[in-house]
Design a protein around this ligand. Structure first.
Ligand code: NIG
Ligand code: FE
Length: 417
């Protein structure tokens, strides 16, 4: 039953069907005693309390009293790597002892370590593990997630990761929608050591056509980083991907300032992600060309790196999205509460900006702002209802969940905190 009437909700939402940039990010609509009507999982009414609810024809309607609690759009986590094999707890302990992420990678650990485990894991085990992670994320209010391949780096395993996401997305009772991204250019696999140009050609000639034909990913992404893929290699891959119809994302300027943000603007990428070391020119280019700056503060925290310049990016007119970057290496966390805290405390976003970044701008970062990301007529009924009437509880609860109820496609899930 996906017909629902929610009454007595304190509704807080950004408004629009595209990313909000700069000053617009802090504008939220507030409805004190709001009513929402949902038909077949889609919002058909949002507004002040109605005396006569216009749902007489609607059969099987569930009535839900939000009791004055705050209702927001479901969170859209627009950058994750949640499908993988193995784990890297040992590497985390090395990092605590002072080793850097890149030095671990250079001595054969890092992404390539997860690649071995992902190649070895069977489909069903990978599906079950990914499904469990989605459950955990859903309890924190995530109703849509972007997920990347990139731990296969060969044809069979990249396809296995993407097929796992496809199957999870086809589940009828799913709590989280999935947008898939092909990240074959995540690292150079052992078989191509010293031959990264050849690996890029392999991705272009063999992988992109199969993934396109099987409709397994909407986006193509690349880890554009010193010692991984250069700006030239990233440009070559992404240009080829664009030609066959992929939308583009870039892991940009994470460890060093390489010009990834500028490349994203040049190619018309939907988003550039990480951006810890994005240059002033890169920030301006992203604002000018409407590239969404997707910031991942949990990763900067876990790697003890500086935070991306979120405040400056918004002041420069960028649209900023926030995401968790959940992955087995640099950041094993899907914590929305901590993401919000770090964004507000260290990147100096206002609470309102952080909400827009995790909802409408996250939706825009996966080309879905027409369907999700705000509480508006015509959009999917994906909501979070907090334990409080006050949305300022989101950063106030440090790393603790204040989501009491999740609504996914008009279905209600109570969360035990
Ligand atoms: O987004 N930076 C590259 N990729 C991931 C890390 C992947 C890993 O370490 O397994 C990231 O942080
Ligand atoms: Fe990432």
């Amino acid at each position: 039953m996906n017909n629902l009437i929610i009454t007595n909700a304190r509704i807080v939402t950004p408004i629009g069907h595209s990313a909000r940039k700069g000053k617009e990010m802090s504008k939220l609509l507030l409805i004190e005693r709001g009513t929402i009507e949902v038909k077949d999982g889609i919002i058909v009414y949002v507004g002040e309390e109605k005396k006569h609810l216009g749902n007489d024809q609607m059969k099987d309607v569930r009535h839900y009293d939000a009791k004055g609690r705050c209702l927001l759009p479901g969170f859209v986590d627009s950058h994750t790597h949640f499908v993988f094999g193995g784990e890297r707890a040992k590497e985390f302990s090395w990092r605590l002892a002072g080793e850097s992420y890149m030095s671990i990678m250079n001595k054969g650990g890092g992404i390539v370590n997860t690649v071995k485990a992902t190649r070895a894991m069977d489909f069903d085990t990978m599906y079950d593990r990914a499904n469990k992670l989605l459950r955990r994320m859903s309890r924190m209010g995530i109703t849509t997630v972007e997920g990347k391949s990139g731990y296969g780096l060969d044809c069979d395993t990249e396809l296995k990761q993407l097929e796992v996401m496809k199957k999870l997305n086809e589940k009828l009772d799913k709590r989280v929608d999935i947008s898939a991204t092909f990240l074959g250019a995540h690292a150079i696999p052992e078989e191509y050591k010293g031959k990264s140009d050849e690996y890029i050609d392999f991705l272009i000639e063999e992988m992109l056509p199969i993934i396109k034909r099987k409709k397994l990913a909407q986006f193509c992404d690349v880890f554009c980083e010193e010692g991984v893929f250069s700006v030239e290699q990233s440009r070559k891959l992404l240009t080829a991907a664009k030609e066959v119809g992929f939308a583009l994302k870039i892991h940009a300027d994470e460890i060093v300032s390489l010009g990834g943000a500028e490349l994203a603007a040049e190619l018309g990428a939907v988003s550039a992600d990480h951006l810890l070391h994005a240059s002033d020119a890169g920030i301006k280019a992203m604002a000018d060309k409407n590239v969404i700056a997707t910031l991942l503060p949990l990763t900067a925290f876990a790697l003890k790196e500086q935070y991306a310049r979120g405040r400056e990016m918004i002041d420069a007119g960028c649209a900023v999205a926030l995401a968790t970057d959940l992955n087995p290496g640099s950041c094993f966390s899907g914590s929305i509460p901590l993401t919000i805290d770090l964004a507000c405390i260290y990147m100096k976003l206002s609470i309102e900006e952080a909400i827009t970044a995790l909802t409408l701008n996250g939706a825009a970062a996966i080309n879905s702002a027409d369907k999700i990301g705000s509480v508006e007529v015509g959009k999917q009924a994906d909501f979070v209802i907090l334990d409080s009437s006050d949305y300022r509880y989101l950063p106030y609860y440090i790393g603790m969940n204040c989501v009491g109820t999740v609504v996914k496609n008009g279905r209600i899930y109570e969360i035990e905190n």
